[in-house]
Design a protein around this ligand. Structure first.
Ligand SMILES: Cc1ncc(C[n+]2csc(CCOP(=O)(O)OP(=O)(O)O)c2C)c(N)n1
Ligand SMILES: [Mg+2]
Length: 459
């Protein structure tokens, strides 16, 4: 009898579970596992750090939903009918209702059910970072551009597959009204009542529960009117925020600010591109300025704000895209600090000729930095380990040369024209990765925030 090795058994069992990709780093004794996986038909992607490999593997699950199909499908749970009726009463009595669409809706592929619900109820909605694109960001009912106002003044939130964690300020004052009523729709019983006790808890599958809500609302044709004080407030805020962002975006100074950079990127990116992003200002401002039009096409640092996820997510997206061949571009928008965590993965991108476009928004630091001259002056003053602000990184570091070292395309960008040219050239190249090192003003900041205390340190 032929001997079966342990490595072959592992590979076989992965194949049985329909695993298509393996991300890893080999060494004795796991080289055999990677080789057996390849022999069994699994695509093996060698990464440069196990952390990035884990991020990549988790992103494949999110993008393909394959983890759902390889296991026996769980039963679809409907919410308790009495609770649904209660939720409808609370929703109809709302003066300032708000639907919040979370990552759970994206996971559950609830886009078409949610579109029907929002369009028949006419309720304003707000996506969470990875809920972006479940309904398009330019949908007329999307109030993302008035996020703070919407959260603060809403009296009834319909929470769809989103959690009241850090991303949503725990559902608590000062970001929410202390008396806000939450209608919580979630698949997990242990999520119910976390941080805020819900007015109504609807435990069940999001597609099924939203259908239940829609059916009830459709019976009497209820719609939230479009001429309310609430819509007026939200529209006013959206317009004034857009005006401020536009003014910043159109400033023609060098070095550029964040808003100018994102304004031009957003004009050039194809609508169906997959946007991966991480950083602090880079991720936060980018989220408001780079629209998503399709579900599951934004991957970012998520609930825990974990830096280092970007390149792994982008590699996974590019590998999936290569199999699915939908012609979608993967764009990875990184703060310069964020890029440093897994930056060596550009070698992985180059090795497999994955045409990822990495854009490093380089402000010489974490949140902010100093310009080269100030850095030189500081160095003259004494030991940098004692005097350099902890947020600073080497000014004007040549991240573009990291990718050219491996045969990718690197661009150093200081002006709008250079940015547009570099991005257009990168978009026309499907053979290899590109990295745009976009030098911005090291003191460029977010526009004035109404609630800075949760996003700014006490320094
Ligand atoms: C694993 C991990 N380590 C440290 C942090 C703390 N942290 C939060 S944001 C950030 C980087 C922000 O700088 P950058 O990526 O350059 O974005 P910027 O705000 O400068 O645009 C860091 C290190 C974190 N979130 N995760
Ligand atoms: Mg930075």
């Amino acid at each position: 009898m032929d001997e079966v090795t342990g490595a072959q058994l592992i590979a076989e069992s992965l194949i049985n579970q329909k695993v298509e990709y393996m991300f890893g780093i080999v060494g004795v004794p796991v080289i055999e596992v990677a080789m057996a996986a390849q022999a069994a038909g699994i695509k093996y992607i060698g990464m440069r750090n196990e952390q990035a490999a884990c991020y990549a593997a988790s992103a494949v699950g999110y993008l393909t939903g394959r983890f759902v199909h390889c296991c026996p499908p769980p039963p679809i749970c409907l919410a308790d009918h009495g609770a649904v009726l209660e939720a409808i009463t609370v929703l109809k009595s709302a003066k300032r209702p708000l639907v919040i669409i979370g990552k759970g809706a994206a996971y559950a592929r609830a886009e078409s059910v949610l579109r029907d619900f929002v369009e028949s109820s006419q309720l304003p909605f707000l996506p969470t970072p990875m809920g972006k694109g479940v309904l398009p960001d330019d949908h007329p009912k999307c109030v993302a551009a008035a996020r703070s106002r919407a959260l603060l003044q809403t009296d009834v939130v319909l929470l769809l597959g989103a959690r009241l964690n850090w991303i949503l300020h725990f559902g608590l004052p000062p970001r929410f009204d202390p008396n806000v009523k939450i209608i919580q729709v979630d698949l997990c019983p242990e999520e119910m009542g976390n941080n805020v006790r819900p007015a109504v808890a609807l435990l069940g599958d999001i597609n099924a529960v939203v259908n239940q809500l829609s059916e009830c609302l459709m019976k009497d044709g209820w719609k939230y009117p479009s001429d309310t004080e609430w819509w007026r407030t939200l529209r006013e805020k959206m317009a004034s925020n857009a005006k401020i962002s536009n003014a910043l975006a159109l400033q023609s100074v060098i070095p550029m600010n964040y808003y100018t950079v994102f304004h031009h990127i957003s004009q050039l990116l194809p609508h169906d591109c997959i946007i991966v992003s991480e950083g602090a200002n880079t991720m936060d401002i980018g989220r408001t300025m780079l629209n998503n039009y399709l579900p599951r096409q934004r991957l970012d640092a998520g609930t825990f704000g974990t830096m280092g996820v970007g390149p792994g997510f982008a590699i996974a997206a590019a590998a999936v895209e290569r199999s699915e061949n939908k012609g979608r571009r993967i764009v990875c928008v990184e703060g310069d600090s964020a890029f440093g965590f897994s930056g060596m993965e550009v070698e992985t991108m180059c090795r497999y000729s994955l045409p990822i476009i990495v854009i490093v928004v380089n402000n010489n630091g974490i949140y902010s930095g100093v310009d080269p001259e100030t850095w030189r002056e500081m160095a003259k003053m004494g030991d940098l380990t004692r005097i350099a602000p902890p947020v600073t990184l080497l000014p004007e570091a040549r991240y573009d040369q990291v990718v050219t070292a491996f045969g990718g395309r690197g661009f150093l960008v200081r002006t709008v024209e250079e940015l547009r040219n570099a991005l257009q050239l990168s978009l026309s190249d499907w053979e290899r990765p590109s990295l745009l090192n976009v030098l911005i003003d090291p003191s460029s900041d977010r526009k004035q925030q109404e609630f800075p205390w949760l996003t700014r340190s006490n320094l």
